[in-house]
Design a protein around this ligand. Sequence first.
Ligand code: DP6
Length: 362
Amino acid sequence: MAAQSGKSWVLAVTAQTPTNIAVIKYWGKRDEELILPINDSISVTLDPDHLCTTTSVAVSPAFTHDRMWLNGKEVSLSGGRYQNCLRELRSRASDVEDEQKGVKITKKDWEKLHVHIVSYNNFPTAAGLASSAAGLACLVFSLAKLMNVKDDHSRLSAIARQGSGSACRSLYGGFVKWIMGKEENGSDSIAVQLADEKHWDDLVIIIAVVSSRQKETSSTSGMRETVETSMLIEHRAKEVVPKRIVKMEEAIENRDFPAFARLTCADSNQFHAVCLDTSPPIFYMNDTSHRIISCVEKWNRFEGTPQVAYTFDAGPNAVLISHNRKAAALLLQRLLFYFPPQADADLNSYVIGDKTILQDAG
Ligand code: DP6
């Protein structure tokens, strides 16, 4: 290390990464270690103002081992996923020079230097709001900046993928596709941007936080059990999703909201159907989630054309996508009417109005 000997120094980088919500879901791996999926998936990246992870990473010769804090609590970095990301990034690190601090780190130095990582989610962690997606994407992105990794976003997405599958899609804004790839080493299992954040900027996303409790079955173990026990999952991955991906790409390209909404709702419902087809069955949605679905379905049927799309990840919280601000305002009115905040103390877990987050999708 060419920093002046005897002098202590710290180099740090801070980055923010938004979460993403899948409209065609990833569920099931063909390789657990490399995190290779059994189907392509498509997501929309949210506005970073509301649901995002902020991560600061630092390197110093004074650090004796790699450490990480998540939301103020130290977490272990010993897990294979973190280790895989750190190893990949270290192997791609380049020389870094900070003239002001008199610091020069060579490519070789990165093998010995340790990093400290401080990460903060501005939304509930592990409650089915894709916290791991934003978290791992941010970790990889900020470390790549610190270590002067020169790979482009698609190569970085392949590293983030090894931290958490859905994380690879959070490296881009707008609409993103995670291509499952064919190679055994996962080199072609990467995320690509389908359309940037300006392409369809009148969409509005409302998230109804039905429960911010941590989910009982993690996505990782849930999808493993589905692949091992569900008879429907193969049909979904091989027959249904490939066709839906083509149609969803078309709907996004043409800003065709009715098609987009029908595909999004159908895919969410099928994902929860394969969860039910798992043994033992996995229940991510609750009664409130089902009531929200009925409410949206009735409204869409009444209007004759979809006004709102719903999708639920591995938890009961509803992600509702309206095709414009007018539809979003009407939707909010309805949600507040049917699920009024603090209406009854017994219904506290149904309260969504005061936690609803309104934001642009772009
Ligand atoms: C339902 O990416 O959290 O949100 O790869 O095991 O970390 P691991 O799983 P994760 O699964 C996300 C599943 C999902 C659907 C999706 O985001 O596509």
